[in-house]
Design a protein around this ligand. Structure first.
Ligand SMILES: Nc1ncnc2c1ncn2[C@@H]1O[C@H](COP(=O)(O)OP(=O)(O)OP(=O)(O)O)[C@@H](O)[C@H]1O
Length: 231
């Protein structure tokens, strides 16, 4: 589904991504873990083309996407829920969702009903300003907005940060349903181990810009947790 080979990225002289190799399989939830500042968000932004790679190959559904503009990568089926949610505070909930429709190439121009089935609060608050929503409601809106384009992979950057437990549980259920009912792949950046363990099939751990361990989530060892994840 998504294959990353030899990816290097720099902020000026700072070597932020070091020879990253990753494979995210179709229909699986892949969790990217690691302490603050190791490069997780930079990796997502480089996959999307929001940041330039210095070298490396990124393939999505078997085709190179390295040279595509971000909007073309999104149109190919890469959905993104950025850290901090980035909803438009002055637009209504419905307008926030409609903004995403503009990225759709041909096809239906309606917001899929399924988004309101996953997140009923978005229908209840359709006319409210995005900025007036709680953090948990904004996160549901950010995920819903990414789903408007019916992506085949969803990149989620710390979706549970600052969110109350019942919404965290709802997000976990939505991730599991998207995978089991639609075969959606998910690349999740997550620092909270219980949440990662509850939703992910596979993991990779990053440290100082490099991937230092990968494997099946149920094989994540306590020694790796202690070495790379515990603060
Ligand atoms: N715009 C930027 N310019 C220069 N350096 C940056 C920039 N953005 C991030 N960095 C640096 O790049 C490194 C990786 O940051 P990144 O945000 O990708 O890490 P992260 O693993 O996602 O951490 P967090 O969990 O805190 O978001 C850090 O050292 C950070 O300070």
């Amino acid at each position: 589904m998504l294959s990353i080979r030899g990816l290097n990225q720099y902020y000026g002289a700072s070597h932020t991504l070091r020879d990253i190799q990753l494979d995210i399989q179709s229909g699986r939830v892949f969790c990217l873990m690691g302490r603050n500042g190791v490069g997780k968000t930079t990796l997502l932004n480089t996959v999307l083309g929001l940041l330039p790679a210095q070298s490396g190959d990124i393939e999505f559904k078997g085709a190179a996407i390295d040279r595509l503009a971000t909007e073309d990568r999104v149109a190919q089926g890469i959905g993104y829920v950025p850290q901090g949610r980035m909803i438009f505070p002055d637009l209504s909930v419905m307008e926030n969702l409609r903004v995403a429709l503009a990225g759709r190439r041909g096809g239906d121009s309606k917001i899929p009903q399924q988004i309101f089935d996953f997140f009923p609060v978005l229908a209840e608050m359709a006319d409210r300003r995005g900025g007036d929503l709680s953090g948990g409601q904004q996160q549901q809106l950010a995920i819903g907005r990414a789903l408007v384009l019916e992506p085949s992979i969803l990149l989620l950057d710390e979706p549970c940060e600052g969110i109350q437990p019942n919404i965290v549980q709802l997000i976990a259920e939505v991730i599991q349903r998207l995978r089991s009912e639609q075969g959606l792949s998910v690349l999740l950046v997550e620092q909270k181990l219980p949440f990662a363990r509850s939703v992910a099939d596979d993991f990779a751990i990053m440290d100082r810009g490099a991937v230092v361990a990968t494997g099946a989530m149920d094989e994540l060892s306590e020694s790796l947790v202690g070495e790379y994840l515990t603060v």
